[in-house]
Every structure is written in structure tokens, then in C-alpha cells.
Ligand binder design. Structure first.
Ligand code: AMP
Ligand code: MG
Length: 495
């Protein structure tokens, strides 16, 4: 293993330092020929990294897990998780490493993490690897979500390893994603120690999470119920944003839910084209547990699992009281979520005032869209034109626009009473309703061309997604739905 001479990273590894026993120190596997596929220079600069030093073969070796940079303390994190409702007491980083943490230009601590860097003590039956298609998929999705204004892990680099890795459809190019997160603390991290009855460690973990993500709670006597409340609120905001954009995570297991409130682990995820609350894309989600419309309920269920892990900390002397306090927080989720949801829907509908009936206006449009599987993203983006009678763009998205026309009348009545100045509405609506989203057929085309050595489709898609609210010449096809022959879409986990 070669060590990069000058320090390209200014590591400060609090997890390794403060949480011994919560991880296994580990190294990435050596690989034959690490090569940079895509390096995110803008993000590297935000992180205060040396982009010139890292956008190189030496950088590729680091991001492949093959070489360890100065100051890193690579480790595999322990965590557990409920997967599709069933509890696995030991998951952990089976193919990933936390390389270390850096403090970014805004003074925020960020994890640099490798996914696909080889087997670890948590690998179970897995090979510890990742392949290029899914690595670039996570790259596209993470960056797109960020540009859409959704808290998310980010993509710093995608590298190939020079290995061929066996997957469902044969051999594929081995790859590693270097991703950045405000932390990798998951609901499942808490579950790992709770399941072992390790209350002291849980307290240590909770205090670490508070210091890192909710420092305003650190001095409070009620800080553990405060932590639960804060995570609930961040997750409610997050899921509302997913719903506003038509995003389906696909595998909302508790090990894939962060304490920070960032979206994490883009596996079998997808954006809906036609509006459908029952939309499911994951090959293994036959019951529709993680369907688009179920996501708020599942988030609440996951938060209840987090609550269970915190009971001993919330009130060590009176478990009934701890349960009462925690239940109150969890039962409050629907209201907090609903508030976040309607607030985002008002923005999508060009409303700045608040009326009780706004919920009906919002759900009324969704109901009409659902009957005809109208394209979610395009309908919202074209609504502005319909305000002043230019409804042809929006109407054309409905096979039978009669229901839409009726709704339009109600919406126009509501708009007439809204305090937002007419001159501001277009900008406001355009900022809430993207033109470009990572549509499934575009993502698939980008991945398939990239796997065949042609990155141009991927680059064009990234260009569109980098500024999703501004239509630009030459990117027209990125604003359209899937062609008729694209067919039903299926995505796969663990690849
Ligand atoms: P995920 O479905 O990616 O959220 O992963 C769930 C669990 O499976 C985590 O503990 C992963 O580390 C592990 N895992 C997924 N793929 C692999 C793999 N190829 N090799 C080893 N572990 C894996
Ligand atoms: Mg995961």
C-alpha cells in the first residue's frame, strides 16, 4: 500500500477517537487497477480537500480503499436493523468503510466513506464489493437530491477497481463510491447496542449524536427525549420533501434511516413518472411495504424503533414514564409531517397564504392525477401556465382533462384570494417544481452506456440535474417522461 505524501485531507476522526467498541478498525482490499471515473471537484473544494492531488491515480487508489491517506483511521461501523419488518441484530458495514471525518468550509463535520471497498468482519455471505452501475446510480441520485434541495449524502468520487465482479447478469466492472455524509449514525446503530442491553454504550452513542447533530440539546436534562423529538422532526421534513418530488426510497429499513435526517443508501430507489401512491420499484418489495404512499407511515414506524432503544435513557427509574414520553413524541409524527407536507404543497401550488381548505386543493389535484397516472413532475411544472388560461400544456398531460378542468377552477378561486403578488408567483412556483429529475429511463441509459465505457450520457444527465429548476437548451429530452416502450421499472438491492 502506498501512502500519499502530502496531506490531501485534514482528518479529524471523532468516531474512531470517541467511540471505541462501536466499530472494527479495518482496511480496504487491495485491487488491481484503481481508476478515477468521476471526481466531484466542487464538493472536494467545499470539504477543503486538495482536488489537484486527489483527481489522480493516487486519489483513485485512496477512494478504492486500496491506499490509506495520511491521517485516515478507516473502520467498519457496527449496526443492526429491521429489514422489511424483521430484526437483524448484526448488520454493520459489510462492504464499506468510514475513512475518516473532515471539517468542511462551513465548519461542519462530514464523514468520508467508501462503499464497495472489500469484505469486513460484518460481510456475512457478501463479497464486500460494488459494481459500476449501482455506484454511478448512487452518484447520480445523491447529487440530484442535493440539487433538488433534499438533505442527502453526497458523491465525492466514483472509481473502478480493475476487477470484474460477479453479479446476477454476469461479470461487471468492480467499483467503489466515495460518499460524504454529515454522519453515518443510523437508527440501526442505536438498535445494535440496545439489542445487547448495553445501556452505557447507548448513552455514549446518544451523547455523541447530540453533540454532532443537535448540540443545542447537549446541556438539557431532557436531552434524550429531545433527541428523539429532533430526529422525528428532521425525518418528517425529509419524507415530506421526498413526497413533494415523487421520490421512492425503496428500502426504508431502520439501518437506512439516519439520525441526521439525510437521505442515505440509494439502492432500489426511483422517482415516479405517473402519479401512483402504490408505486413500488424494488424487486424484493412484493408486499409494497416501501411504496411511495407508505413512506410517512414507515418513517413513523422506524422512529418508534428508535424510541424503544432510548427508553432506558429517557427515564432509567420509571419505564412507564419513559414509554409515555416516547409515545407522545412518536404519536406526534403525523401532525409534524402533515405540516411539513402542506407547507411544501402550498409552495408547489403557488400559495403563500394558509387556508384550512388548502389540503383539499392539494389532495384534489393528486386524486385527479392518480386516476390517469398523469406525470407528477410535468403536471406541477406546467401548472403556472394554467393560471391565466394557458392550460393546454397541463391539460395535455391528462388523457381525459375533464377532472383537471374542474380542479383548475377551484385552484384559480383559491389563487385569487392568495396574498402572494402575481409578479412573484412564477419564480416561486418554478423554484418548487423541478423541470429535471433523475427519471428512471434516463438513469438506466446513463448506467448502461457508462458500463460500456461511454460516460457522455451520464455527463449530460448530471448537467441537467445540477440545476434542476432551470430549463436549458439542448436538455429537452431530460424533461420528458419515459417513452412508451420503456415498460414497468424494477430496481435491485445489494448490488
Ligand atoms: P443495504 O441493502 O445496501 O442497505 O445493505 C444492507 C446490509 O447488507 C449492510 O450491512 C451491508 O453492509 C450489507 N451488504 C450489502 N451488499 C453487500 C456485499 N456485496 N457484501 C457484503 N455486505 C453487503
Ligand atoms: Mg444500507
Amino acid at each position: 500500500m502506498s501512502i500519499m505524501g502530502s496531506a490531501a485531507f485534514n482528518f479529524d476522526n471523532s468516531y474512531a477517537r470517541d467511540l471505541e467498541g462501536f466499530y472494527v478498525p479495518w482496511k480496504g482490499a487491495e485491487v488491481p487497477a484503481p481508476k478515477m471515473v468521476r471526481f466531484n471537484r466542487r464538493l472536494a473544494e467545499d470539504l477543503g480537500l486538495d482536488g489537484d492531488a486527489l483527481d489522480t491515480d493516487a486519489g483513485a487508489a485512496i477512494f478504492a480503499g486500496h491506499a490509506s491517506p495520511e491521517g485516515a483511521s478507516p473502520l467498519a461501523m457496527a449496526y443492526a436493523g429491521h429489514q422489511f419488518g424483521g430484526f437483524s441484530p448484526q448488520l454493520g458495514d459489510g462492504r464499506a468503510l468510514l475513512l475518516g471525518e473532515v471539517i468542511d468550509r462551513d465548519g461542519k463535520r462530514r464523514d468520508i466513506h467508501l462503499k464497495g471497498s472489500g469484505r469486513t468482519p460484518f460481510s456475512r455471505g457478501g463479497d464486500g464489493k460494488a459494481v459500476l452501475g449501482p455506484v454511478l446510480r448512487e452518484y447520480i441520485l445523491g447529487e440530484a437530491m442535493h440539487a433538488l434541495g433534499v438533505p442527502s449524502t453526497r458523491a465525492l468520487a466514483a472509481v473502478t477497481t480493475g476487477e470484474e465482479v460477479m453479479r446476477q447478469n454476469g461479470m461487471e466492472p468492480g467499483a467503489v463510491l466515495a460518499r460524504v455524509a454529515s454522519s453515518h449514525l443510523r437508527v440501526g446503530t442505536f438498535q445494535f447496542f440496545a439489542a445487547r442491553g448495553e445501556t452505557d454504550r447507548l448513552r455514549q452513542l446518544a451523547d455523541y449524536a447530540i453533540a454532532r447533530h443537535y448540540p443545542e440539546l447537549a446541556e438539557s436534562d431532557d436531552r434524550y427525549i429531545g433527541l428523539l423529538t429532533a430526529v422525528r422532526d428532521r425525518q418528517a421534513e425529509l419524507i415530506a420533501k421526498w413526497m413533494h418530488l415523487g421520490f421512492v426510497h425503496g428500502v426504508m429499513n431502520t439501518d437506512n434511516m439516519t439520525i441526521s435526517g439525510e437521505t442515505i443508501d440509494y439502492g432500489p430507489c426511483a422517482f415516479i413518472d405517473g402519479y401512483d401512491p402504490a408505486a413500488v420499484f424494488s424487486s424484493i418489495d412484493s408486499q409494497g411495504r416501501y411504496a411511495y404512499g407508505n413512506q410517512p407511515k414507515i418513517a413513523q414506524w422506524n422512529l418508534a424503533r428508535l424510541a424503544e432503544t432510548l427508553l432506558d435513557l429517557i427515564n432509567p427509574d420509571d419505564s412507564d414514564d419513559a414509554v409515555t414520553q416516547a409515545s407522545e413524541v412518536i404519536n406526534g409524527f403525523p401532525e409534524v409531517y402533515q405540516r411539513a407536507w402542506i407547507s411544501g404543497m402550498r409552495a408547489k401550488l403557488g400559495l403563500s397564504g394558509q387556508e384550512e381548505q388548502d389540503i383539499e386543493v392539494a389532495t384534489g389535484l393528486l386524486a385527479v392525477m392518480e386516476t390517469q397516472a398523469a406525470d407528477f413532475t410535468r403536471v406541477f411544472r406546467s401548472l403556472f401556465g394554467a393560471i391565466e388560461g394557458e392550460a393546454s400544456g397541463a391539460r395535455a398531460l391528462f388523457a381525459n382533462p375533464a377532472g383537471f378542468d374542474i380542479w383548475l377552477g377551484k385552484w384559480r378561486d383559491r389563487l385569487a384570494r392568495d396574498p402572494m403578488p402575481e409578479s412573484e408567483r412564477r419564480t416561486a412556483m418554478d423554484r418548487a417544481n423541478p423541470v429535471y429529475i433523475p427519471r428512471n429511463h434516463l438513469v438506466e441509459a446513463a448506467l448502461s452506456d457508462a458500463t460500456n465505457g461511454d460516460l457522455s450520457t451520464f455527463e449530460r444527465l448530471m448537467e441537467a440535474l445540477s440545476d434542476p429548476f432551470t430549463p436549458r437548451a439542448g436538455l429537452d429530452i431530460h424533461a420528458l417522461g419515459a417513452p412508451g416502450d420503456f415498460g414497468p421499472y424494477t430496481t435491485y438491492c445489494g448490488t
